[in-house]
Write a protein that binds this ligand. Structure first.
Ligand code: PNW
Length: 490
């Protein structure tokens, strides 16, 4: 069933958390104000403007550094329980290191948190959403094992200042994007392109850094203030391209070697990387004459240190792919893609009018993915930390309304029929923002931002009204109709 379930009268549980998400560099602007130093994204787009579809920069973006009160007002208008935002490391620690703390940077986030508190909105803080201080990149960034300590020092400063008020923490947003696309490839900053090597070094250090910060929180801050901490992992659903056993195997291999590369060490009962990826990279590395595997090994102590270091599974989900086994070598040699050896495509019949070419509308994939995570990781509490749709702008955003209707319907089926333990859902995003390589072309917001206007005027879209209704009624609107799939067909 394409839709992930027939239209339902199910409702969301009373304690279910509804929220909206943003990320610092995508909305704040003020890229060099009040002591902030450049991040790897500032550096990438300033030195290489053609990286971005419209050659734009995040220098001003939605100017949330100055307009945070308006942002909180929108969160209130939506009536949501919780607001997920990220903190900019180079705004807090311009050197990247904890020797010199920028009090103006801390003040900005304190103001934001106080404003949320005033209106009873719970903050969720993402500690790292891709904007590494360039000064740390200069010394190797996530490939330098010292970053485990640097990141722990940075997180400690955030806990010291904010753990009394912030009860939800996300250590990393989408490590797969950081490591595989940023260090192995060129799609994300720092666009290092050291494929086959750097993505695994990054992954290894990042997982240890995550565990280090979890243990710090658990030991020093949870006893004082309570609170929850987890990771946010991105995953597409992987559907077998055909019903052949080889295609079914490819789909499982995709999940195990992509999201699973990060999920297995933290969320599985046994810990460590999935055995499939260890075997694949070990064998390939041997054939390719490396003296040791390109995928570093965790010691048994490290496996234990990382295992179980999350209170919830943060999931960022947008779309679905069809998988099959590769019949000839794929990707660069060496690379994670080449190591895994599978091919992914999308079905041309899936609705695909989005400004983001990869974003096909496949609600059933959301439901199946939630089920897969629940089964694989012992029914861990899941919080959907991102889900949303991109278009080319406009307040009458019929396609986004339809997307949310159908994905939320799939979520209701996941909760009530599959018994997936989903405790919260965040729409990506509160407002239009600087969408990385898509610049200001792709719009994900519930609120439209007029980037041409000096005040970066924000206006509610139709989807904001839909979401307000869903949050208020804890269910889908009665006039919701499966027929609005036609909103997508070109
Ligand atoms: C997320 N995929 O990235 C990011 O967390 C946001 O900052 C971003 O604006 C948003 O989604 C929309 O792009 C993605 O593999 C990472 O399909 C991976 C995928 C999609 C989005």
């Amino acid at each position: 069933n394409f839709s992930g379930g027939a239209k339902s009268n199910y409702t969301f549980p009373k304690e279910f958390l509804f929220g909206v998400s943003t990320a610092a560099i995508q909305i704040e602007g003020a890229w060099n104000e009040d002591g902030k130093s450049p991040s790897i994204w500032d550096q990438l787009v300033h030195s290489n403007p053609t990286f971005v579809r419209d050659r734009s920069t995040p220098n001003v973006a939605a100017n949330s550094y100055h307009l945070y009160k308006r942002d909180v007002q929108m969160v209130r208008e939506l009536g949501v329980d919780i607001y997920r935002f990220s903190i900019s490391w180079p705004r807090i620690l311009p050197n990247g290191l904890a020797n010199s703390v920028n009090t103006l940077g801390l003040q900005y986030y304190r103001n934001l948190i106080n404003e949320l508190e005033r209106y009873n909105i719970t903050p969720m803080v993402t500690i790292y959403h891709w904007d590494l201080p360039q000064k740390l990149q200069d010394i190797g960034g996530w490939t330098n094992a010292h970053i485990i300590d640097y990141y722990t020092d940075y997180a400690n400063i955030l806990f010291e200042n904010f753990a009394d008020k912030v009860k939800y923490w996300v250590t990393f947003n989408e490590p797969m994007q950081t490591c595989i696309e940023g260090y192995g490839g060129t799609y994300r900053a720092p666009a290092l392109n050291r494929h086959g090597i750097a993505e695994y070094l990054c992954t290894h250090n990042l997982l240890k850094a995550h565990a280090s910060v979890y243990h710090l929180f658990n030991r020093q801050y949870r006893p004082l203030y309570g609170g929850k901490i987890g990771l946010a992992l991105d995953s597409n659903w992987a559907e077998p391209r055909s019903n052949s056993s080889s295609d079914r195997q490819a789909a499982q291999l995709y999940l195990r070697t992509h999201m699973g590369l990060y999920a297995n060490p933290v969320y599985s009962a046994e810990g460590n990387y999935p055995p499939e990826i260890i075997k694949l990279v070990d064998e390939k590395s041997r054939q390719q004459n490396y003296s040791q595997s390109r995928l570093p090994k965790f010691t048994p102590e490290e496996v234990e240190y990382i295992r179980g270091t999350a209170d919830f599974f943060g999931l960022n989900h947008y779309t679905t792919y069809l998988l099959s086994m590769a019949t000839k070598p794929v990707g660069q040699i060496p690379s994670h893609e080449n190591d895994v050896g599978i091919v992914r495509v999308q079905d041309p019949t899936w609705p695909s009018m989005s400004s983001s070419s990869w974003l096909k509308v496949v609600p059933f994939g959301f439901r199946k993915l939630l089920h897969w995570i629940s089964k694989s990781y012992n029914n861990i509490p899941i919080i959907v930390t991102e889900n949303g749709y991109a278009d080319y702008s406009g307040v009458h955003d019929k396609a986004r309304v339809s997307y949310y209707n159908h994905y939320l319907n799939a979520l209701l089926h996941a909760i009530h029929e599959d018994r997936s333990n989903v405790q919260g859902y965040f729409a990506w995003s509160l407002m239009d923002n600087w969408e990385w390589d898509d610049g200001y072309v792709s719009r994900f917001g519930l609120y439209l931002v007029d980037f041409e206007s000096p005040n970066k005027t924000r206006t509610a879209k139709d989807s904001a009204r839909l979401y307000t209704r869903v949050v208020a009624t804890r269910g889908l609107p009665a006039d919701y109709d499966a027929a609005d799939y036609t909103a997508f067909s070109g």
